[in-house]
Ligand binder design. Sequence first.
Ligand code: KG4
Ligand code: ZN
Length: 346
Amino acid sequence: MIVLGIETSCDETAAAVLKADGTVLSNVVLSQLDEHRPYGGVVPEIAARSHLDHIDDLVRQAMTDAGVSYDDLDAVAATSGPGLIGGVIVGVMTAKAIASAAGKPFVAVNHLEGHALTARLTEQVEFPYLLLLVSGGHCQLLSVEGVGRYTLYGRTVDDAVGEAFDKTAKMLGLPYPGGPNVEIAARSGDASRFKLPRPMVGRPDCDFSFSGLKTAVRQIIQKLPEGMPNEQERADICAAFQEAVGDVLADRCSRAMKRFAEEHGTGHTLVVGGGVAANVHIRGVLTETCKKAGMQFAAPPINLCTDNAAMIAWAGLERLRLGLTDTLEFAPRPRWPLDSMTIPSA
Ligand code: KG4
Ligand code: ZN
């Protein structure tokens, strides 16, 4: 089986072709970063237009790189939500047009399911597993019991982790996207110089909150003599922020691990997905947390943690294997919580 996947839900236009055994025949990603950078964040209108300008060429490139024709495909999968709706519509319409012209099934993929199932492509992780999804738009802990079968353990009550990284970077005058720049600055920083809170730590549930952390960073900056950090202060704040986020994630994951063990027993895996999973400090913290809890740890390679179409093609393959295809009537969804997915009978 061969599937073409398309991803357009945020600021990456991406197309990939995958085989059912997990061979990535092609995987092309075009970042719109330069177009959004002047605004310090993703502008939905610009994103939608840019997806429209590039999607045809990108799909053509993915097909050429893979060395396959539309006839060779078994399905066309596209991110059909959640995300910036203008972009999602561009991807869905493109996928439906190809599916319709080539006479192939269309698979509507939930972007979060793409992140959730990536570890099965890269590390062959078996169900069930615990998933920490940390990206620019999402921060959730879920138990993944099968394709389309998710139980939400906890989620952020305000900002997503990536969003907190991006906002902190902006306050510190670091360029967008903030996450990677905060991580680089933190390398030369002293995490103990500034004290930051650990929101939600110790609570019995598995929820997150990051807005207090962001406010604390703002207050530190305002109290600085210059009202703006110098290079060393900036590095120290980044290190303190990254450490605080790591501590919060470790505590929330420990809670979720207890619940997961009660429901599914021991010896399972914690999978981390989403753009923030690229952070080396956070990976280290989670590796330690897993060791303490006796769980395996799996983190997909960084280029498959951030938004890409290989994960969409893979989720499409997982669905296709179970006979879960969609009709061309499927309407793109700006909101589409993972735990609301229909549970396949297989
Ligand atoms: O999954 P993703 O590519 O897109 C969304 O679906 O949101 O995640 C992007 C987010 C951004 O907020 C970015 O700042 C963050 O992931 N990010 C990082 C790192 N690399 C990307 N955050 C912390 N450390 C990083 N190295
Ligand atoms: Zn994403």
